[in-house]
Ligand binder design. Sequence first.
Ligand SMILES: [Cu+2]
Length: 136
Amino acid sequence: MKRLVAAFALVLLAAAGIMPATWAADKTIATQKVKDVVVTLKSESGQWTKGKNAFVLEFTSAKDTQPLDAGTVTLNTSMTMTGMAPMIAGATLNPDKTPGRYLGTIEFLDTGTRQVTVTWDGPAGKGSTKFYAPVR
Ligand SMILES: [Cu+2]
């Protein structure tokens, strides 16, 4: 019951705009497993759109789903377009207070499927992964 009251209080605080926006429920845009590391790209809307986007990148252990401190993280995107040089966009990423969670911003000049490359280097080891994510 105490827990329920606490949860309800958080909802009220969020509604009053006191809690930061990161408390909003994030929806998964894409998720990738690389050995023991699960990389999940999330945002409030669950999709990237043309223009500026805020998003969350989370690293968790595939074994026990606990957060993994990924250290230095990069996220870059590329879109191949016929007869043109690939369109490249990189994200600005900052570690959140929670380990393994990074807050990012990225800007897309147009819609279309991006190849996303994420790299990390830190306590969770060194790795990288590529996946596709649409920009709508
Ligand atoms: Cu393009």
